[in-house]
Design a protein around this ligand. Structure first.
Ligand code: TYD
Ligand code: MG
Length: 453
């Protein structure tokens, strides 16, 4: 038999080389090559087409039971999950350090334990005393959560195997250590091996397991990308540490949609639920200030009103203008600026442009184009937008204003919060007494703002 060759496999893209390199030649990721035994060479002797057993195939319409759901009682959390945790499933929750992952999960664990579920909380980052202190501060001191500070997956599985658990938190997967793998905790192979064992435990035992994942600078969950493929649900916990607001977003969900969000505010007593996010994001709004526009964003089926703020500074010619954007896509900003310049005759090329979405909110809704364009025009011309107006619509490169989904939902939310006008695409219907002004092209809106005919 041929000697098994060693090879180095990139844990990010899966490409293999026979020599170790610091950077994967295929995907360009650094430090992702891990030594693995090479796959058996294809030969007549090692042929997968022989020696297997036939698997029974089933039909789609056979009887099947819906998996059991477990509501943690924090409505915003349950909503983001699409109706609570699923028994026998694995959930990965990622987020920046200090954003509140441990707090949120401890609160969920406490609620579930108080509701009579068997809950185990394993912290690899904090001592049990630290977690206990936090629980007491959160008013959960009397919740029957079984707590341990541990990092050995073997020990954790032995502990879990000796009892039945409904809900298990592993905080965090990067601190876990499998003694089958000879590398430090947090390395891709360790994270993958530890996660694999913990997920298998969840599937076998029927417990819902939640893995906390660290996030790298570019916002992806540290460790192999395969971690996201291994779990059933991936949640992202977002927000700016300097702001109170936190948004829990489903990025992947095998048991539900990925378009619902949960909104929280970090306070003295941990994370509070925010059932009316619009009023929260608009509390400190600067009215009658040029560059401020209210945009009705849609998160799943849920409208959230946010403030778009723009600032432009005209530079003496020759200097290179800065472009900075927080909470929106910078490529999209460049596109809106180009459309304003090329289709509406605004000379913004030489101006510095700053764009900010208030409250640490991150906008992904394409309907924000028109709101951003309006904020830029308002800042550039130093003319405020009427304070009782909301603005939304998608822009095309030709400067057309495109219709967007669910305009009635957006209008209804705005009406509820006291807005009386909406600027948007043509063809919107009046809702709840909100006056609508439709625009076919961005140029028409710019003319209105600048008082041009
Ligand atoms: P934590 O849950 O430890 O974050 P993560 O696990 O994502 O790293 O959150 C820690 C932050 O939250 C910390 O900076 C303090 C703050 N915090 C509050 O403001 N109020 C509270 O009641 C708690 C428990 C934490
Ligand atoms: Mg933590």
């Amino acid at each position: 038999m041929a000697k098994a060759k060693r090879q180095y496999v990139c844990q990010n893209c899966g490409s293999a080389t026979y020599r170790w390199q610091g950077q994967c030649a295929d995907c360009g990721e650094w430090n992702t090559l891990v030594e693995e035994a090479a796959e058996t060479v294809f030969s007549a002797k090692h042929n997968l087409s022989k020696g297997g057993r036939t698997i029974p195939l089933e039909t789609l319409n056979a009887e099947s039971r819906m998996p059991e759901r477990m509501l943690c009682g924090i409505a915003e959390f349950d909503r983001a999950l699409g109706g609570g945790f699923v028994a026998g499933s694995a959930t990965l929750i990622g987020g920046d350090p200090g954003i509140g992952k441990s707090t949120l999960l401890l609160q969920a664990a406490g609620r579930l334990a108080k509701a009579g579920r068997s809950v185990v909380y394993i912290s690899g980052e904090e001592a049990a005393a630290q977690v206990r202190l936090r629980a007491q501060r959160l008013g959960l001191g009397d919740a029957p959560v079984a707590l341990a500070s541990a990092t050995s997956v073997r020990d954790i599985l032995a502990t879990l195997g000796s009892r039945t658990a409904d809900f298990v938190v592993i905080d965090s997967i990067q601190t876990m250590h499998s003694d089958l793998i000879d590398s430090a905790p947090g390395t891709v192979s360790q994270v993958r091996a530890s996660a694999q064992e913990l997920i298998r435990y969840a599937k076998d035992s029927g417990a819902a397991i939640v893995l906390v994942g660290h996030v790298t600078k570019d916002g992806t969950i540290a460790g192999p990308r395969v971690l996201e493929h291994m779990v059933d649900t991936v949640l992202a916990f977002e927000g700016e540490r300097s702001h109170q607001y936190r948004i829990l977003r489903a990025v992947k969900n095998r048991f539900g949609g990925t378009d619902e969000i949960g909104v929280f505010a970090m306070g003295e007593e941990g994370l509070g639920e925010v059932s009316n996010p619009s009023s929260l994001f608009l509390t400190d709004r600067s009215r009658d200030v040029p560059g401020s526009v209210v945009f009705p964003a849609l998160e799943g089926t849920r409208p959230v009103l946010v403030e778009v703020q723009a600032l432009t500074v005209r530079l003496a010619s020759g200097a290179t203008p800065r472009r900075a954007v927080v909470g929106w896509d910078s490529g999209r900003l460049a596109m809106v600026l180009a459309v304003l310049e090329a289709r509406c005759g605004l000379q913004m090329g030489a101006a510095e442009v700053y764009l900010n979405i208030a409250g640490g909110y991150r906008l992904t809704d394409p309907a924000a184009d028109l709101a951003v364009a309006t904020a830029l025009v308002s800042a550039f011309s130093e003319r405020p937008v009427p304070p009782d107006a909301i603005v939304f619509g998608e822009l095309s490169l030709s400067g057309e204003v495109r219709p967007v989904s669910h305009d009635a939902l957006r209008l209804r939310e705005a009406a509820k919060l006291g807005f009386s006008t909406a600027w948007g695409p043509n063809g919107m219907k009046r809702v709840n007494g909100i006056g609508v002004t439709g625009f076919a092209r961005l140029g028409e809106l710019v003319d209105l703002m600048l008082g041009r005919d």
